[in-house]
Design a protein around this ligand. Structure first.
Ligand code: NAG
Ligand code: NAG
Ligand code: NAG
Ligand code: NAG
Ligand code: NAG
Ligand code: NAG
Ligand code: NAG
Ligand code: NAG
Length: 405
């Protein structure tokens, strides 16, 4: 991490500057860093076309059929729209989290302490560009802005918080002090709720126990219902304020089959007539970006976000059209999304450069963010871009043209 050591002179309790190590995981280092950690809870009120708040909750490693038969998840799904053809983009966990905010997995095929260089943009840049407040709530993160690999439960020693499930922290562009302060633990969700200071975009990662990773879908279903049920009727603190909630899984458990996972959309932004329905359109983690772009008319990243299908409930309001992809959704699919293609973060080290975003893509009037065009728009880079305005994404069996698997 480029900014693993911050000198927090302004924040230090004493007048003397103290250095804290944000990647250190020893209890004493964590305690020292926590004492001077900055927490920010920005708010905004930018009207969207279909929703005014977007809440993403990710659970872990469960096959579609298993998730769709968990009683608590079924109970929740009945209160909204079931997404029956929603897919992870590869295995294992980390590249899926990376994909969900950055528009590619960059060939990642591991859960290492990877860092996307500061010139790779994510949805965070797009949101900030339009003044839309954001935060991440990562359960059991020991303090706001912690960049360490993991934090275990200090009593039980069980796995708790892991960096590989924290998408924003993997992007160096988000490690300025200002941005680190918006990566908070879940206890902060409740204080932000109480203070009516929830942001308009948030990504919630439950602990390794509560997301099912170290437990089971039964455990994760119980946690998810227990977390959401009181909030679904929450009027007093404005959690429900034209809010759209996506609950989904990072990846399917069985690597040898296609990477379909359960998705569901909940919240008061779901029109009454769609409650209890199923949307069988093809979606994947890039839809989490394209849907937000369409809703708030954001710029785009110029990667696989541009062509990704937009949740129909939102596309209906934004005038976007979606495309079916039978090769992924049919009973005998040819695309499985169960391996990564070559890329900078692939263990095979065949490719040592980053793919340039396609800075010329336009979807329904939405153009690539100006900063991205300035960084990557040069013709000498644009001749190497592999992104197109299409729903068809690569995987290990069908790598981008010119990039072997
Ligand atoms: C911060 O902590 C990490 C993890 O313990 C360690 O590898 C690194 O050397 C430390 N950095 C500094 C500047 O002390
Ligand atoms: C949550 O983060 C806050 C802010 O950094 C910190 O004060 C608090 O101790 C953390 N809570 C837990 C349970 O780690
Ligand atoms: C969740 O599990 C706890 C402990 O076993 C139980 O008391 C509770 O009823 C469960 N809640 C749901 C919604 O299943
Ligand atoms: C991906 O799934 C296909 C279809 O089941 C299978 O043939 C292939 O071996 C899988 N790949 C891996 C790496 O598991
Ligand atoms: C994983 O997803 C595929 C594709 O949707 C599904 O057919 C398969 O049943 C799932 N795996 C298992 C073991 O359920
Ligand atoms: C992006 O950053 C990486 C790492 O610092 C660097 O190698 C690459 O040249 C940069 N690319 C552009 C287009 O700025
Ligand atoms: C792209 O253009 C640069 C500069 O003109 C050139 O060096 C490079 O070989 C080209 N790459 C491809 C893939 O055409
Ligand atoms: C856009 C943005 O906030 N960029 C910052 C990302 O983090 C690096 C390193 O801390 C800063 O130098 C950038 O300004």
């Amino acid at each position: 991490m480029h900014s693993s050591t911050l000198v927090l002179s302004a924040l230090a309790l004493s007048s003397q500057a103290v250095a804290v190590n944000l990647t250190a995981t020893a209890a004493a280092d964590v305690a020292a860093a926590r004492a001077s950690a900055l927490t920010l809870s920005p708010t905004s009120n930018v009207k969207g076309k279909a929703f005014d708040r977007f809440v993403v909750i990710w659970l872990e490693n469960t096959d579609y059929d298993k998730a769709a038969s968990d009683p608590n998840l079924v109970w929740l799904a009945k209160k909204g729209i079931t997404l029956s053809n929603y897919f992870g983009v590869t295995h294992p966990s980390e590249p899926n989290y990376v994909a969900a905010i950055g528009g590619d997995n960059f060939g990642m095929d591991n859960d290492n302490v990877n860092n996307l260089p500061g010139n790779v943009s994510s949805i965070i840049d797009l949101l900030e560009d339009k003044g839309i407040s954001w935060s991440q709530y990562q359960e059991d993160m020991p303090y706001s802005g912690f960049e360490g690999k993991a934090w275990i439960n200090q009593q039980t020693k069980a796995n708790d918080y892991v960096r590989k499930h924290n998408p924003a922290i993997i992007y160096d562009a988000n490690t300025s002090q200002e941005r680190l302060a918006k990566n908070k633990n879940l206890t902060q969700f409740y204080s932000d709720l109480e203070a009516k200071k929830l942001p308009q975009w948030m990504f919630i990662t439950p602990s390794m126990q509560n997301d099912g990773h170290d437990t089971s879908v039964t455990f994760a279903g119980n946690w998810t219902r227990s977390f959401l049920e009181p909030l679904l009727d929450e009027k007093h603190h404005h959690f429900m304020a034209n809010t759209l909630i996506l609950v989904t899984f990072d990846e399917n458990h069985t690597y040898t089959s296609s990477n379909r996972v359960l998705g569901m959309l909940l919240g008061d932004a779901v029109p009454k007539k769609l409650i209890g329905t199923t949307d069988p359109q093809y979606y994947n983690h890039y839809s989490e970006i394209s849907t937000v772009e369409a809703n708030w008319n954001l710029h785009t990243l110029g990667r696989w976000d541009v062509g990704a299908n937009i949740f129909s409930v939102v596309a209906d309001q934004t005038g976007d059209t979606n495309t079916a992809w039978d090769a992924a959704t049919s009973a005998n699919p040819t695309h499985f999304f169960n391996t990564s293609f070559a890329g900078l973060f692939n263990s095979d080290r065949q490719v040592v450069t980053l793919p340039p975003p396609n800075t010329k893509l336009v979807r329904n009037g939405r153009k690539v963010l100006g900063r991205i065009v300035r960084t990557w728009g040069d013709e000498s880079l644009q001749n190497q871009t592999y992104y197109q305005n299409t729903v068809q994404i690569p995987d290990g069996m069908y790598p981008p043209q010119g990039w072997a698997n």
